[in-house]
Write a protein that binds this ligand. Structure first.
Ligand code: G6P
Length: 610
């Protein structure tokens, strides 16, 4: 999704902007650009379609000289990914703007501005912002006031960085809906869509709230609310370092993040378990009283986080007997829904900035829920700040667009929630103790699964030439099949669908032939015998079976099935373990196909627009 970086400094800012853009690449984008204010030549713009590297190469040589600038990675929403649609957008060589978000009423404003004589050179919604600000500047308003007045015209979501040719000492920022953070330096200040982009230059940040405007000068940052009244926001110090976003010895961030899972899970458990249970208050000081009152749950999320929510749905109903609904946020937010009695609202998000998840949370806040709990990986995110209780996953920064360690840590956090609820909802102490013991073994078991890398790479060789794949699972392993299919389609571009195995004969079986690989998640549990019948149905049609199981013998292994054994754990927790081979399968298939593993085409890491 679009990324913003801006800087006002006493040194040339172009290298800071280019490094910031590189560090925003993981969000997903299709073009990049920057504007630097040169004292003699004015606003100097360079833009390029494709990678940030293409932009950097254009700047090689003399580059752009100047101590104030804004830059952007664009993920096309309005208008194709071309150079003329890339940001920054300018008005009359006087105003330059970078924008993350969507101006919903841009067509109407575009008409008004055209009538006033403004010329449009792009198909974007963003260009109206530059001209609208220019229009107020021409009426004699100061730059900050012009920005404040301009945004009153816009409906939708925006984070903006704005500079003006005649204002070499000011960088203006404003946010509504889309994230924007101020980086506080010494004699220099920055803006960016996330802190990753600014870590090489500062570790001190101010998170803008919705409606906030900021005026950055080299020696000062001033913040205002939407009415231009001065406001204060806390300064936070991050413990992250620039190196946290390095690939290290790994070929891709995704592979690094897959291998980080044992540590990430250990850190998510850290400080939350007692000898034989879950510590009280892991959701916050007053949370226990609320957990006691919960009679039902509503889970909302998108993408991979939604799959984590689906697994939790099986856990909550299966282990606690509490009704639990799970829905994708983009559906929930646009339909009338009945609130279950004494219902806890639970949102799950890696980034905490997903537009649909945030909107669904905000909408649900108006209904009669007991409270809003967020499971999230980014402590300073909007989702965390807008929820009553939080349970952080401690996955660390996730850079690969395809989510891996965020997912397994979400599952672990969700299981901790199940145990915390279980204390008040019929899970006896011996069962809780057993689950806690099992949770503690997870990092070591995950390490063992990671050692299966080489055989999984061999399995990937049988997928790489295929056009389609089916994934099957049953019970709480069905969402794992969904997640496996999502991983494969995201990064290898092989069309993959997941089905609950029992549904096979109600449609997808018609697709099965020798060209259709069928990947099966088949732990040895009460459903294995049923699943084996489903495998027979595939085999009888000549389908190519790749089966992941924790008990090859029980599966009745024979030559027609390619199977791979993962170490057994308690069946309720085995979704966490069975996820890893599917991540590796997708990864190796994508590498063999030569696709862009960390930044797959058309996708974004953090989807901050609807
Ligand atoms: C995007 C990402 C996915 C992610 C989803 C939800 O589609 O590419 O990896 O699962 O957004 O993101 P969230 O940050 O809310 O978990």
């Amino acid at each position: 999704m679009c990324g913003i970086i801006g800087a006002i400094a006493q040194r040339d800012v172009e290298p800071i902007l280019i490094e910031g853009l590189r560090r925003l690449e993981y969000r997903g984008y299709d073009s990049a650009g920057l504007v630097v204010l040169n004292p003699d030549a004015g606003l100097q713009r360079e833009r390029a379609v494709g990678k940030v590297e293409a932009l950097a190469q254009r700047l090689a040589g003399d580059g752009l000289r100047g101590t104030l600038g804004i830059a952007h990675t664009r993920w096309a929403t309005h208008g194709s990914p071309t150079e003329y649609n890339a940001h920054p957008h300018m008005s009359r060589d006087h105003i330059a703007v970078v924008h993350n978000g969507i101006i919903e009423n841009y067509a109407e404003i575009r008409g008004e501005l055209k009538a006033k004589g403004y010329t449009f050179t792009s198909d974007t919604d963003t260009e109206v912002i530059a001209h609208q600000i220019m229009d107020y500047c021409l009426q004699g308003l100061d730059l900050l006031e012009s920005v404040q007045r301009a945004v009153t015209h816009f409906t939708g979501a925006y984070a903006l960085g704005v500079i003006a040719r005649d204002q070499p000492d000011r960088l203006i920022a404003v946010r509504q809906g889309s994230p924007l953070i101020i980086g506080v330096g010494i004699g220099e200040h920055f803006i960016a869509s996330d802190i990753q982009a600014m870590l090489p230059v500062t570790q001190r940040f101010i998170y803008l709230e919705n409606g906030d405007l900021a005026e950055l000068r080299r020696d000062q940052v001033r913040l205002f609310n939407a009415e231009l009244q001065p406001v204060e926001r806390p300064l936070t110090e991050s413990s992250l370092t620039a190196g946290a976003a390095d690939r290290g010895r790994y070929r891709h961030f995704m592979l690094k993040e897959i291998h980080e899972q044992p540590r990430a899970v250990a850190e998510t458990l850290e400080g939350r378990l007692s000898g034989d249970g879950v510590l009280e208050g892991i959701l916050g000081p007053d949370s226990e009283a609320l957990l006691k009152r919960v009679k039902s749950l509503q889970i909302l999320a998108c993408g991979t986080s939604y799959h984590a929510g689906m697994v939790a749905g099986y856990w909550i109903e299966g282990l606690l007997g509490l009704p639990c609904r799970v829905e994708v946020a983009s559906e929930f937010r646009y339909r009338r829904h009945a609130v279950l009695p004494d219902c806890l609202l639970l949102t799950i998000s890696q980034s905490g900035e997903t537009a649909d998840s945030l909107a669904a949370l905000r909408q649900a806040r108006e209904d009669d829920y007991l409270g809003a709990l967020a499971i999230c990986n980014v402590p300073e995110s909007s989702l965390v700040r807008e929820s009553d209780m939080v349970l952080m996953t401690h996955a660390g920064p996730e850079i690969g667009v395809a989510s891996t360690k965020a997912f397994t840590t979400q599952l672990v956090a969700l299981f901790l929630l199940v145990l915390a609820l279980g204390r008040h909802h019929g899970l006896d102490a011996a069962r809780i103790r057993h689950f806690v013991e099992q949770l503690r073994t997870l990092p070591a078991v995950m390490e063992k699964v990671l050692h299966l890398d080489a055989p999984i790479e061999r399995l990937a060789m049988s997928l790489v030439e295929k056009q389609h794949a089916l994934f099957l699972g049953r019970g709480c392993h069905y969402p794992i099949a969904l997640e496996g299919a999502l991983k494969l389609k995201e990064i290898s571009y092989i069309h993959a669908e997941a089905y609950p195995a029992g549904e096979l004969k109600h449609g997808p079986l018609a697709l099965v032939d020798a060209d259709m690989p069928v990947v099966v998640v088949a732990p040895n549990n009460a459903l294995l015998e049923k699943l084996k019948s489903n495998l027979e149905e595939v085999r009888a049609r000549g389908g190519h079976l790749l089966v992941f199981t924790d008990d090859v013998e029980a599966l009745g292994h024979d030559g027609a099935i390619q199977s791979l054994a993962v170490p057994p754990v308690d069946d309720w927790l085995s979704p966490i373990i069975h996820t890893i081979p599917l991540q590796l399968l997708a990864y190796h298939t994508a590498v063999l196909k030569g696709t862009d593993v960390d930044q797959p085409r058309n996708l974004a890491k953090s989807v901050t627009v609807e």
